[in-house]
Design a protein around this ligand. Structure first.
Ligand SMILES: NC(=O)C1=CN([C@@H]2O[C@H](COP(=O)(O)OP(=O)(O)OC[C@H]3O[C@@H](n4cnc5c(N)ncnc54)[C@H](OP(=O)(O)O)[C@@H]3O)[C@@H](O)[C@H]2O)C=CC1
Ligand SMILES: O=C1O[C@H](COP(=O)(O)O)[C@@H](O)[C@H](O)[C@H]1O
Length: 498
């Protein structure tokens, strides 16, 4: 964080927030808890107001009750303080609105009149099919001005063409400098820590390339299944839902060159270079280096769970993937020849997001030949849960009878125990704070979204040509056996020290 960022951190900015989709799942589970926590931390200006917009006919009092109920469900009881809650609820107002017609949008302009000097932030917590309509109606109703910002959720489209269409619609009303595209992984504390780890520590900065790193592993494993979103998910699949955005953003943060500074565009320029350098799959590499899976019924934590095709809302046979593993490469000078193994899936045994950087072995090995497989350092970056960083190093096994036996052990930084008083904020807290302050470095620029789609579209097209059904895996396993074979064929294995 540069000096300008640091000094503006202390002062909260006053904004008016118009929240479209104010009674939806995202608002209730993520946005109100995040705003409440910001208020509790003293990070919301006293004058900040929130206007909830949705189609149900509620008045402000009934809306506040809905929000209070959402907070009671999604904020820990110990963190719900009466005074903060009262202050937060008093910020809220509500208007009933159908987002598809311009009629009614004047209500936003009228609500704005009271706080016209504050920038308006428009948060679109609705499906992307509504983004264009809402932006146009906001403009036509005279609700916007030169300082208004818009926040949009993923997924932006279904492929490159649809994403370009949506981006055009938003871009027809808001300039890129006032569009905040959320990828909530960028708001996670440990994901931001990747920037600090890489660029604040010369120890890693000098080693971060193909001369010293043999391969990189990224695992984003989920225990949950489809969570009532079968209709959406079946159209998307795990590649579009997770890889196109979250996993490729992680690849970017690991692989990018140092930005000249921490400005949004300096960082985003470097990420775009990584996306452009991602190797496309050939027909041969597709069969060898990519595994798609779909879960069948199984057991997680001792409880039976249904298969993907038996989940609530499942209404057809489907070959949509719920798991993807692949070996890819960032084809540039820094990373040529270094495989990036990535995998993500639903209904896996753990909720775990982890990056493992495998360093190369020493050029000449002098210890016990039986221990050769130990002989490389690993940097394990745990994004969730139990956020932390561990560097696996080799030391001498102690004891008179051990000779020069090696022992592998971690130099471990566990954020929760190292900094016990620091609550690790939810990603949406950080992201909302950045929007309020008008800083874009944690948001995704249009060209990032589009380069990521271009690469994914190529992969999806090749899958279609191949015409193979996904491999089945039992819920509660680590995915199809082929995903293990994919990495063992290179003489490696997925890091398993969970
Ligand atoms: N939920 C999550 O965890 C995540 C969501 N997202 C994204 O966030 C966005 C919102 O998702 P989510 O909250 O789950 O969706 P929901 O369907 O739960 O919420 C959408 C809200 O918008 C309202 N709405 C829809 N159409 C209209 C309309 N024409 N006029 C007025 N109100 C309307 C709905 O009202 P009604 O109830 O009356 O239909 C509902 O309150 C989506 O883009 C999604 O992809 C991204 C990441 C995670
Ligand atoms: O964007 C999404 O992310 C969640 C996983 O997020 P996490 O913060 O819990 O790791 C995923 O379940 C969902 O399908 C996807 O749309």
């Amino acid at each position: 964080m540069n000096a300008a960022m640091r000094s503006s951190e202390e002062s909260a900015s006053a904004i008016d927030l118009a929240l479209f989709g104010a009674l939806g799942d995202l608002s209730q589970r993520k946005l109100y808890p995040a705003l409440y926590h910001l208020d509790r931390e003293g990070l919301l200006d006293d004058d900040m107001r929130v206007l909830g917009l949705a189609r149900q006919p509620l008045d402000a009092a009934a809306f506040r009750k809905e929000v209070e109920a959402a907070l009671a469900t999604h904020v820990k009881a110990a963190e719900l303080e009466r005074a903060t809650l009262a202050r937060f609820l008093a910020r809220l107002d509500y208007r009933q609105l159908d987002f598809t017609t311009e009629e009614g949008f004047a209500a936003i302009r009228e609500w704005r009149q009271e706080g016209a000097e504050r920038p308006l932030v428009v948060y679109l917590a609705v499906g992307a099919n509504l983004y264009g309509d809402i932006c146009r109606h906001l403009e036509a109703s005279g609700s916007l001005d030169e300082a208004s910002r818009v926040v949009v959720e993923k997924p932006i489209g279904y492929d490159l063409d649809s994403s370009a269409e949506i981006n055009d619609a938003i871009g027809g009303v808001f300039p890129e400098s006032r569009i905040y595209r959320i990828d909530h992984y960028l708001g996670k504390e440990t994901v931001q820590n990747l920037i600090a780890l890489r660029f604040a520590n010369p120890l890693f900065g000098t080693q971060w390339n193909q001369n010293h790193i043999s391969h990189v592993e990224i695992t984003v494993a989920e225990k949950v299944g489809i969570e009532g979103r079968w209709g959406y998910f079946d159209e998307a699949g795990q590649l579009r839902d997770m890889v196109q955005n979250h996993l490729l953003q992680l690849v970017c943060l690991i692989a990018m060159d140092p930005p000249a500074n921490l400005d949004a565009d300096a960082i985003r320029d470097e990420k775009v270079k990584v996306l452009k350098a991602l190797k496309p799959f050939s027909e041969a590499s597709l069969g060898r280096d990519v595994v798609r899976g779909q879960y069948i019924a199984g057991t997680i934590d001792g409880a039976s769970v249904p298969g993907y095709l038996e989940e609530e809302g499942a209404n057809r046979r489907s070959d949509t993937e719920t798991f993807v593993a692949m070996k890819t490469e960032v084809a540039n000078w820094r990373w040529a020849g270094v495989p990036f193994y990535i995998r993500t899936g639903k209904r896996l045994p753990e909720k775990l997001s982890q990056i493992v950087i495998h360093f190369r072995q020493q050029p000449h090995y002098i210890f016990d030949p039986d221990q050769r497989n130990l002989a490389a350092n690993k940097l394990v970056i745990r994004l969730q849960p139990d956020e932390g960083i561990a560097l696996e190093v080799l030391t001498k096994d102690s004891g008179l009878d051990k000779g020069m036996r090696l022992r592998r052990g971690p130099l471990h930084l566990d954020f929760n125990s190292a900094f016990p008083k620091t609550r690790i904020p939810d990603a949406y807290e950080r992201l909302l704070l950045e929007v309020i302050k008008g800083r874009q470095y944690l948001f995704v620029r249009r060209d990032e979204v589009e380069h990521a789609w271009r690469w994914c579209d190529g992969l999806i097209e090749a899958w279609h040509d191949l015409g193979e059904a996904p491999r089945r895996y039992p819920a509660g396993s680590w995915g199809p056996v082929a995903s293990i074979a994919m990495i063992t064929q290179d003489g490696r294995s997925w890091y398993e020290d969970y």
